[in-house]
Design a protein around this ligand. Structure first.
Ligand SMILES: Nc1ncnc2c1ncn2[C@@H]1O[C@H](COP(=O)(O)OP(=O)(O)OP(=O)(O)O)[C@@H](O)[C@H]1O
Ligand SMILES: Nc1ncnc2c1ncn2[C@@H]1O[C@H](COP(=O)(O)OP(=O)(O)OP(=O)(O)O)[C@@H](O)[C@H]1O
Ligand SMILES: [Mg+2]
Ligand SMILES: [Mg+2]
Lengths: 227, 227
């Protein structure tokens, strides 16, 4: 469902160019559970942004779901593709500050125009699964760092997307809470065939991944199956 | 240098009250290297904010450096206390988006009106120590998550404060980069007697801490010396 071929991503800063990704090839299928690992600044978030159609490569192609080449899509097509098929957990959460937990998690379903009773049912169930029922009416600034992170997780999963891109989903979570979140994702992978692509430094995530892709200085250094 | 007595912190949300901290006593001296640990939502960030004079308790007292009781200080006194004696690494970084790395790190010294040549020398040295010399002129949105975190670390340490409060300082860092940051802090603790108080889930930090304070549901569950 993800076919990345020979992509390069450069950032121009004045006269100086940062080669964030260099010649990256990657193919990801359905039901995968893979972890992208590598040092700080090695290109993990950049790669996730390209796969998630939040950005386009400087050269090379990103082909999604067998049919969409991201650099050829217009804004409307990209928005629909992301809304309906991809769930994204950002490294910096990006919750809407004026909405509470329930409203932030409901938003993707509102955008898909799902019926209100179904939204209410699905949202309260997922908020329960990430342990935030007690805080359902808090807004992001009334939550701890780890609580905000869990809202971001719930929001990414609520639409039951085919592909979930999770950038450091456990960075602010204690061991037990992190494991609970990973169990939830593993269960969606088993029962729905959802593909999960993590960018992480957390050994717990690396421990349950079925495939590990190592990035260093913008290049893929290693790509191995572990289970 | 930190004397916390019987503090409670309540957050009022409409009719419902969150008891974020309940009856917390804590004494911290010079040259300490301690880690506050506990589940997500247990009160760690709230405790750091009270120690760092970013907030005042609902009841009880926080006495800093043997002389300042935080709930009795006016804004000006609190600002000076924080500026000159405390360094703070926030869980969400809080860098200034319009300033680059060098400017963000220099800011606390500018506020102390240190001479420009000395600022330049100290800033470039510390930026080197956190491995960001190559990215010195990038702004926060032109940096990776872990790079931004390292800028926040450098900014907290640049004034050589007596007390550093570090909220999840390694959450977005790979193992090696995280260890390098911890080594830097351990060295400041040994050579300057700087007290470090961490809030963390990272086993690496817990591994080098000399004292571990465990928080659960707003209460101190355990407080033990390990080295
Ligand atoms: N402004 C606020 N209004 C209401 N409740 C709040 C507010 N800030 C924090 N809380 C609540 O206080 C409790 C403690 O929050 P705190 O941020 O101290 O937790 P933490 O231990 O740092 O968690 P984490 O490990 O997830 O960062 C949480 O249950 C949180 O929801
Ligand atoms: N908008 C930008 N302009 C310039 N350079 C950028 C920009 N965004 C990222 N970079 C650079 O591209 C490189 C890769 O960044 P990326 O965010 O992908 O790293 P990462 O592997 O996610 O790191 P971390 O583990 O610290 O989150 C970094 O060196 C970063 O400084
Ligand atoms: Mg990143
Ligand atoms: Mg916190």
């Amino acid at each position: 469902i993800v076919n990345v071929e020979k992509i390069c991503k450069d950032y121009q800063l004045g006269t100086h160019v940062v080669h964030a990704l260099v010649d990256v090839d990657l193919r990801i299928g359905t039901s995968e559970f893979l972890s992208i690992v590598g040092p700080s600044g090695s290109g993990k978030t950049t790669l996730l942004n390209l796969i998630g159609c939040l950005d386009v490569p400087t050269s090379g192609s990103v082909r999604m779901f067998g049919e969409f080449e991201t650099s050829k899509l217009d804004d409307r097509a990209t928005t629909l593709l992301r809304r309906d098929r991809i769930g994204f957990i950002f490294q910096t959460f990006n919750l809407l500050p004026v909405l509470n937990v329930l409203e932030n998690v409901a938003l993707p379903l509102e955008l898909q125009q799902v019926a209100k009773p179904e939204i209410a049912r699905r949202v309260s169930e997922l908020v329960e699964e990430v342990g935030l029922t007690e805080f359902a009416r808090h807004r992001p600034d009334e939550l701890s760092g780890g609580q905000r992170q869990r809202v971001a997780v719930a929001r990414a999963l609520i639409t039951n997307p085919q592909l979930v891109l999770a950038d450091e989903p456990t960075a602010n979570l204690d061991h037990d809470t992190g494991m609970a979140v990973l169990e939830l994702m593993l269960e969606m992978n088993r029962s729905h065939g959802t593909t999960f692509v993590f960018s992480t430094h957390d050994p717990k995530v690396m421990g349950i991944a079925k495939r590990i892709v190592t990035v260093e200085d913008g290049r893929i250094k290693e790509d191995r199956n572990v289970a």
